[in-house]
Design a protein around this ligand. Structure first.
Ligand SMILES: *[C@@H]1O[C@H](CO)[C@@H](O)[C@H](O)[C@H]1NC(C)=O
Ligand SMILES: *[C@@H]1O[C@H](CO)[C@@H](O)[C@H](O)[C@H]1NC(C)=O
Ligand SMILES: [Mg+2]
Length: 331
């Protein structure tokens, strides 16, 4: 089933826009002429057995992006729900392998979609990361704090962009004021970054003004910069911290440091920001970066999956394999 978002209907200004507008349902595609990703990045499903064979003697750890990976891209960012099937598959995987979800959204928002306590969460493009505490490791800097979940388990939260919070809050209200007369703009508070969604901005002129407003505001906030995502402008603190750093931080806190060759990380994501994590795996020379894309793309990933439904198949297989081989999370 494919449902078109009703944006502009006959008023649709450009074919380009029409092509990249969102779909709901099983197929997440970015353009009508999307062709299957080719031989360049072999399917992670057909390579599954080979990947698993290479994991012998190693601890698999699983890292997942959320939007466009576990959930389909939808028109309303507040309704990017994951299916019960997907949730069950992620839960099964997390029973056997340490599993983390790394997203551009706020950590709380991702948790509200996923609702699994077995999984670690990293929000705001890795700038808000919850991970396991490590014995003998000191966390006595102002960017870390300890917390416990409902079951009494202790976690560490790392927020390297904490100093930017007051400025982000100011920008949030300023951005709302600046854009209140631009129809269709949705501003999402991702805690350590802001997302300015323009999926519903119909007029090209409105879009241009929106971009100008963001740039004009940023003049007063030189410690921030703008990046472009899928139908979204993002305002982020200019610190050297991205999803790749969050991945390294989590690997470290899971007890696998740089010299450890006992880890086999699998990272699945569809965004440009996921490339930073793919790059980390390439540079470490371990694990599998997997791109979710319906068409061939320039990527640091080794393998690909077509869409979230293929991600689901992959995770189901991985969970089954973990069960059959009696893999348990090591405490
Ligand atoms: C994986 O390993 C099994 C058992 O060692 C072997 O039979 C199989 O051919 C291997 N598969 C691939 C794709 O390497
Ligand atoms: C932590 O420190 C204690 C006391 O120094 C030591 O006995 C223990 O082995 C250490 N644990 C780890 C995981 O390094
Ligand atoms: Mg994504």
């Amino acid at each position: 089933m494919v449902i078109f978002c009703l944006i502009g209907e006959e008023k649709m200004k450009s074919i380009e826009r029409a092509k990249s507008i969102c779909f709901a349902g099983n197929n997440v595609v970015e353009s009508f002429d999307a062709s299957r990703s080719g031989a360049e990045h072999p399917s992670a499903i057909s390579s599954f057995q080979r990947m698993i064979n290479a994991s012998k003697g190693k601890q698999i750890a699983v890292f997942l992006d959320y939007d466009g990976t576990l959930s389909p891209i939808v028109c309303d960012p507040d309704r990017a729900f994951m299916s019960d099937q997907m949730r069950a598959a992620v839960r099964d995987v997390s029973k056997h392998f340490p599993t983390a979800i790394i997203s551009g959204r706020s950590r709380e928002k991702v948790y509200s979609f996923v609702k699994l306590n077995e999984v670690y969460y990293s929000g705001s493009h890795g700038m808000d990361t919850m991970g396991p505490t490590q014995e003998n490791k000191s966390y006595d800097d102002k960017y870390h704090y300890k917390t416990i979940d409902e079951e009494g388990n202790e976690f560490i939260v790392f927020q390297p962009a904490k100093d930017f919070l007051p400025a982000i809050q100011k920008m949030l209200s300023e951005m709302r004021e600046r854009t209140e007369d631009i129809p269709g703009v949705v501003i999402e508070d991702n805690r350590f970054c802001l997302s300015v969604h323009y999926r519903h901005v119909k007029d090209e002129e409105d879009y241009e003004r929106l971009e100008e407003e963001v740039e004009a505001m940023l003049v007063s906030y030189p410690e921030f910069h703008m990046t472009r995502g899928k139908k979204v402008l993002e305002i982020r603190p200019s610190i050297e911290w991205n999803k790749g750093h969050a991945l390294e931080y989590l690997l470290d806190n899971l007890g696998f440091n740089d010299n450890s060759k006992n880890i086999l990380p699998i990272y699945i994501g569809d965004d440009r920001t996921d490339e930073d994590a793919f790059k980390v795996l390439r540079e470490r020379g371990e694990g599998y970066p997997i791109l979710v894309s319906s068409k061939p793309r320039d990527t640091m990933a080794f393998h690909s999956l077509h869409d979230p439904s293929e991600v689901l198949s992959f995770l189901i297989r991985l969970g089954r394999w973990g069960f059959d081989n009696h893999h348990h999370i090591q405490d």
